[in-house]
Design a protein around this ligand. Structure first.
Ligand code: SF4
Ligand code: SF4
Ligand code: SF4
Length: 247
């Protein structure tokens, strides 16, 4: 992967899983661990590994514009020239003309980064306010790296007691999770956190701050794994039940 989208080392540590979207996924503010008053609060999140990008997230949310938005995880993105999350299958040309774009609102922003060995790399960011959560880009990106996925944006979601999308979701992808714990990322992204954490620890030597940051990354990955284990328990227990999982 080119250096596109990479920040310096301090930058990536502050935003451990680099994403583009309406919110920081697991950045400094993304993990809510330890925030006072959050321990009892339950928030809605969707499992991007279960989501089939059916389109209901765009239409069932009680808000005029859905609280569910697309996220592009740069750590999983191939920075592809021919991005299947950006271009229509039958695009006319590889440029940013509206007729070539999959996204109905133009919310995916394509930016040239560099050329390496004759191969051109582009960065794809999401303009959160423009995104309606339709999932078209998610379906397209699934043909390649699957770095684009949907997630409930905490800042927009009004945290309905019964989420209208959760009720309509054919994939049963919605969960209530404690707000102080985690935002759900793709399972494959957990490995990214762990690799980063181990790398930091290897490079730390006598640098206590690097060590602390490496340990923090591993702790974040552990929280994700713990959530996945709980999710498996909920799924097993609540098969066939209608109660929101995680409540
Ligand atoms: S309703 Fe469920 S399957 Fe459909 S886009 Fe939303 S999370 Fe994905
Ligand atoms: S295709 Fe749909 S989900 Fe993807 S960025 Fe555009 S509006 Fe959002
Ligand atoms: S809880 Fe309410 S506001 Fe949040 S995503 Fe579901 S329907 Fe939309």
């Amino acid at each position: 992967m080119p250096e596109a989208g990479r920040t310096d080392r301090r930058g990536f540590l502050a935003d451990a899983l680099r994403t583009s979207g309406g919110f920081a996924l697991v950045g400094a503010g993304g993990f809510l661990v330890g925030r006072r008053g959050q321990e009892e609060l339950q928030v809605w999140q969707l499992d991007p590994d279960k989501c089939t990008a059916c389109g209901n997230c765009a239409t069932y949310c009680v808000l005029d514009v859905s609280a569910v938005k697309c996220v592009n995880c740069f750590d999983m993105c191939g920075f592809c020239d021919i991005c299947t999350g950006y271009f229509e299958t039958n695009y006319w040309s590889l440029d940013t003309a509206a007729e070539n774009q999959l996204c109905p609102t133009g919310a995916v922003i394509r930016r040239f980064v560099e050329e390496q060995s004759g191969q051109r790399f582009y960065e794809y960011t999401i303009d959160g306010p423009l995104c309606i959560g339709c999932g078209k880009c998610v379906k397209g990106c699934a043909l390649m790296n699957g770095s684009m996925y949907l997630q409930v944006e905490h800042d927009r979601c009004v945290n309905c007691n019964e989420c209208a999308i959760a009720t309509a979701c054919p994939a049963e992808a919605f969960y209530r999770i404690p707000a102080n714990q985690v935002e759900i990322v793709k399972q494959s992204a957990i490995g990214v956190l762990e690799r980063r954490g181990r790398q930091q620890l290897r490079e730390a030597d006598e640098d206590p701050q690097l060590r602390e940051e490496g340990e923090s990354l591993l702790a974040r990955a552990a929280v994700q794994r713990q959530w996945r284990a709980r999710q498996a328990g909920w799924d097993a227990r609540q098969q066939g039940e209608e109660a929101p999982r995680g409540s």
